[in-house]
Design a protein around this ligand. Structure first.
Ligand code: HEM
Length: 298
């Protein structure tokens, strides 16, 4: 999947629409690689679906159905709307979307959040104090989604992480549907437009100390990540903005909450500088993998 994401990023055909781009992609072997990768991904998706068909949720130890179980159930329900029937191909498309657009991006954001927290002990301490004051988990119980609502500072930490480290820093490309004028620039019809949300989130015109990790900057601020505040757009904006935003936020908040509730974290070598260099293309990851030592707290 990750290889597909890499090969599927901006191609010559995007930059030179028409014959030239297609020819360049053909000569560079990109078409062949994509074709091969699609075959591999299709086999992988068939495995996932077969596994679920062989082991329906009621026959496994799972305590709740996963999304593939739910989609298979919908598919098999007789009362499906005649005008739109969910098929195995739709199901494959949805699973692929979740893998390509959802798993990587959410994991990347959690890694950046943990990196920033360890680099900023003041913020880590404040976040853990809040969590350990408001959350009490009894034995054999789990932290659940409702617990997150009690944690205002944790939410600010995630917001600040999304400002500084939007997982998809260039959003998805757009093409203008007519000639437009923006801030004095004439943009012709059918122009390929890329929005750099990474630099928007660090623009000193809008952010004080933009490179600093300061979750408190969002206290009493109307600026949010939901596509309405153009000072930060980690999930994009408009009708093609990220449809997985709510699921991503729930996953990230709950994930980081679990990490901070159960463990204390430190660098393997105390006091060592943490390299925050970035790497990637469609998604931007931490170039030097994050290595932290956990100590069990609860
Ligand atoms: C931190 C996590 C995530 C980030 C930062 C993120 C970010 C984005 C961004 C920037 C876009 C392009 C929006 C635009 O150009 O206006 C996008 C599109 C998309 N995202 Fe996410 N995303 C995340 C998680 C997820 C999850 C969990 C899912 C699914 C479960 C998901 C599914 C999608 C899909 C399907 C699109 C394409 C929408 C379209 O083209 O109409 N994303 N995401």
């Amino acid at each position: 999947m990750f290889e597909l994401q890499k090969v599927g990023s901006i191609s010559s055909s995007d930059l030179f629409p028409g014959g030239l781009g297609w020819f360049m992609d053909f000569v560079s072997g990109r078409h062949r690689r994509l074709h091969k990768l699609f075959g591999e991904v299709d086999t992988f998706l068939n495995h996932i679906i077969d596994d679920h068909l062989k082991n329906p949720e009621e026959k496994t130890n799972q305590d709740r159905p996963d999304i593939v179980d739910s989609l298979l159930n919908t598919m098999h329900k007789e009362e499906q709307d005649e005008s739109f029937k969910l098929t195995i191909d739709h199901l494959k498309g949805i699973i692929q979307n979740i893998y390509l657009a959802g798993v990587d991006t959410s994991a990347i954001t959690m890694i950046w959040a943990m990196a920033e927290l360890v680099r900023n002990p003041r913020v880590m301490k404040k976040a853990q104090e809040e969590i350990r004051t408001y959350i009490r988990v009894k034995q054999n119980e789990r932290i659940d989604e409702e617990d997150v609502d009690k944690l205002q500072y944790l939410k600010l930490v995630i917001k600040e992480t999304l400002r500084l480290h939007p997982a998809a820093p260039l959003l998805l490309p757009r093409e203008t549907m007519s000639q437009i004028k923006i801030q004095g620039y004439n943009i012709p019809l059918k122009t390929f437009l890329v929005v750099n949300t990474w630099s928007i989130g660090r623009d000193p015109k809008h952010w004080e100390d933009p490179e600093e990790f300061i979750p408190e900057r969002f206290i009493d601020s109307p600026v949010d990540y939901k596509g309405q505040s153009f000072e930060m757009l980690p999930f994009g904006s408009g009708r093609r903005m990220c449809p997985g935003m709510a699921s991503a936020i729930a996953t990230i908040e709950l994930g980081v909450l679990n990490l901070l509730y159960y463990f204390d974290w430190r660098l393997p070598e105390e006091g060592k500088y943490m390299d925050m260099e970035e790497d990637g293309n469609i998604t931007v990851v931490k170039k030097v993998p994050l290595e932290l030592l956990p100590t069990l707290y609860h």
